[in-house]
Design a protein. Sequence first.
Length: 201
Amino acid sequence: MKKMLLVLLAVPLLIVLVSCGSEDPAPSSNIIGIASLSAEQQEILDLLSVPNSQEVLIFDFSTDDSFRRVEFWVEVYNDGELVDRPAGLTTMLDTTGSQSGLLAVTISRNPHYRWTLSAVSGSTRSSHVSSAESKVNPSLARAIGSIDEQVVIEDRKEIILHSALFTTGSINIYDHQTLQERPELLNEYLYAHIIKCMFST
């Protein structure tokens, strides 16, 4: 207990010393996260989403003029092995100034999984419907989740936007940063659906 108390007392002092000695770095202008919707927009999204049948996810991003394109795709894993990439698209970005845009995905289960990906940036719009279905036993335990905070965009850095993990019995849940850094953890699941994006200069 004494050791823990010493650590807790030392931490505020360290924070004060660091803040006095240097300035915080400026926040990045290159970020992506779940779109912040108005109440009216959320109501429309809720109407489009059908429980246990269809889910609609919208992510918004902003970049400076150094980024030229964004890639957006779905990966399907079986026992930790990548077995399919059923949907994907690439959109070119306008490099004459900073950009903002949207990435949207519709996940349909009827009863198998299909994806529709869409990207909007300025006047550019593109869309792609998955070429194949992913068959998953509906009795499997399932854990789903999207990024819950803004993520900094870096050149050619893959970003996990959403994951759906399936297995029997109890299920371990990892945050997307952990899955990104330790892809071997996907071996714990019978199936995994991972939605990613990547920006490049």
